[in-house]
Structures are given as structure tokens and as C-alpha cells.
Ligand binder design. Sequence first.
Ligand SMILES: Nc1ncnc2c1ncn2[C@@H]1O[C@H](COP(=O)(O)OP(=O)(O)OP(=O)(O)O)[C@@H](O)[C@H]1O
Ligand SMILES: [Mg+2]
Length: 403
Amino acid sequence: MLKQYKEAIEKSNIISKTDVNGIITFVNDEFCNISGYTKDELIGQNHNIVRHPDVDDEKFKYLWETIKHKNIFKDTVKNLAKNGTTFYVNTTIIPILDKNENIVEFVAIRYDVTKEVALREELLKKEREYEELNKSLEKRVQEQTKELQELNQTLEKRVRDEIAKNEDKQRVMFWQSRHASLGQMLANIAHQWRQPLTELSLAMFNIKKALQNEQADNVTKFYDESKNIIKNMSETIDDFTNFFSPDKEKYYFNISESIRESIGLLESVINDEMIIIKTEFNDIKVLGITNELTQVIINLINNSKDAFIHNSILLREINITTKKERDFAVIEVHDNAGGISKENIEKIFEPYFTTKHKSRGTGLGLFMSKMICEQGLNGTLDVKSKKNTTTFSIKIPLDKHEK
Ligand SMILES: Nc1ncnc2c1ncn2[C@@H]1O[C@H](COP(=O)(O)OP(=O)(O)OP(=O)(O)O)[C@@H](O)[C@H]1O
Ligand SMILES: [Mg+2]
């Protein structure tokens, strides 16, 4: 039975025996198969005939220390076959003792794990590759992120620069239009004053005459008259000053009053140019700056006036209406001043678009008016032109309690 056991082990494992000095005394067929040596080539040789040059001395020393101390050595060992190929064997070396407990020989039982080791190495290699790949990927992601961040920053800067440029441009345009309307207002004041100035000089002349004729009563009468005229002139100035005072606080105001103000400020021009203004007002309050809406209406009336003159219209009419339409206050300024051509109507809200001579128009009126409607009043300014008429409509959203 012992023989059978021996055979069973020999058939299934790689077996070798050495003497106490490591000289091979026995090898089985399996050992010959895996190492590539014949039995004759092996017997009598030192066991390190199959030692692989990669295995360091430390490991070898440890092996000998273990078995010389009568302990069993167990490990996976890298070996070299005769033809130079490498094989791995899971090795158990057992010291065999005699009855005096002295080592007689060593039996080594091994089995081939070359495939498993190769697989494990392949796996490790793959793992390392993945790690590398992961690292390079991470690096690339970092680089890309950095690039994107930089791009973002330059983009942000460019956007900021553009906004600043735009703001500068808008500031310039704002001042240009302010300048233009100031000029228009001065012209209006001059207009408004022409008549009272004539009246005033007449009153002065009368005072002089009354003094010469020693008519004290008449002096007083003409003096009072003059005072009244001067008071009216002063009021005109006040109106314009009020209009130009920089009011930046938003509050609820009645749009009809704001429009009446515009008509009032343009009164003398309207009369001189024989323009009939028809109004149909509903009292509606909106949130914003009343002077700004006044400015918009002045721009619209001035444009109508210019068109009346340019197109030599005889019967000049402007209709201004205010009404509520759903959630909006709607102001319509309608004139029969000749209309706007299809070609021009698309451009009239662009800054600097004008059909007038440069001494008469900057082309900023409607651009500024639209800005005011959109930004100041949170609304819209649109235009429609049919036949010989033009209608501008301003839509301003109503507050909850005004709806
Ligand atoms: N009611 C209108 N009827 C006919 N054409 C108009 C009317 N309103 C505006 N336009 C046309 O639109 C153009 C642009 O108007 P906008 O008020 O922006 O500039 P402008 O009146 O030419 O100059 P500014 O108002 O800056 O002095 C005008 O030049 C004119 O051709
Ligand atoms: Mg204009």
C-alpha cells in the first residue's frame, strides 16, 4: 500500500530528493518533463542546476536555513529549464529524519503553477497599465480643465471688456441725445419767449409814454402788465428746468399727465407749425420716471413735426391716446405726416439712423426713446406705418393693483 501511495504521489507531482548537501539523488519523470533534463543529467548534480538567475541569494539562504533546522519550506519558486525557459513550481521541501532526529535527506514535492503565475503577472501588468492609463487620463482631464478655465477667464474678460465698451458707447450716445434735446429745448424757450418779449417791449414803450405824459395810473398799469409777462416767462424756464432735473427715483405717475407735460413744453412749436393735437386720455398709473416718458413723447412729437415740414403737409394732425389693454398701459402717437418707407422703418430705432441733415438730426431720438421704454419703463416701443400715417405705440406693464 505504501508503494501505491508513493506511486500516486509520484504520478501527480514533480518529485526530487537530495542529500543533506543538496546533491540530487532522485527525480521522477515529471521533474524530467518540466526541466528538460534526463534523469542521468540530473542525478549527482547539485539541485541548483534548475535555479533561476533571478532568484536572489537571500531567498536561497532562507530556504536552506529553514530545512537545515528541520522545518518544512513552502513557497512558489522560479526555476530555469534546460532550454532556457522559465517555469514556476509551488514547492514543499520536507527534511527526512532518522530515528536519532538527524537529517538524512530532503524530499521536494512540487506542482507546476507556471500558467497561474503568468496569468497573475499578466493581470498585474494590465492593472499597472490601467493605473498608468488612469493617471494619464487624469492628467489630461486636469490639463483640459485648466485650458477650459483659462479660456473661460479670457472669455469673461472679453465679455467684460465688450460690456464696458458698450457702456461707454451708450454713455456717449446718452450725452449726445441729451445735448440734442437740450438744444431743442433752448430753441423751444426762445420760441416761447418771442411773443412775451414783444409784449414786454411794448409795455416798456407804454411806460415811457405814460411817464412823459405824467400819467401815473398808466405807469402802474403797464408796470403790472410787465410784471405779469415776466412771471410767465419765468414759469416757462421753471418748466424746462423741472424737466431737465435729473430725477432718478422711480415712482407711480399718471401717464396722461406726463404726456400733457410734453405737449405743454412744445406748445409754441405746435402752434407755430399749426399742428392740431387731439388727445383721448384714460388716467393710468405706471412705475417709472415721469420725465423720461415726457422725453419720449417730446421725441415723437418732434419727429412728427419734422415730417410735417419735410413732406409739406397742410392739414397736420397728431392723435395721442392712452388706454388699458389687458395687463398693459398703451400709449399711441399717430400722425398723418407722410409715413415711413418700408426700407427705413426697419432702421429707425438704430442709433445714428437719420434721414435729416446732420445739423437737424442726430438719429438718436428713437434709439434713446426705445431704451427708455424698455429699460426705464420695462415696456416696449413699436412702430407701424400705413399709407401716409405713422403710429408709435408704447406698452408699459401695469402693476397688480392697476390691472
Ligand atoms: N413720425 C414720423 N414720420 C416720418 N418719419 C419718421 C417719423 N418718426 C421718425 N421718422 C424717421 O425716423 C428717423 C429716425 O428718427 P430719430 O428720432 O431716431 O432721429 P432724428 O429725428 O432723425 O434725429 P434726432 O431725433 O436724433 O434729432 C428720422 O430721421 C425719420 O426719417
Ligand atoms: Mg427725432
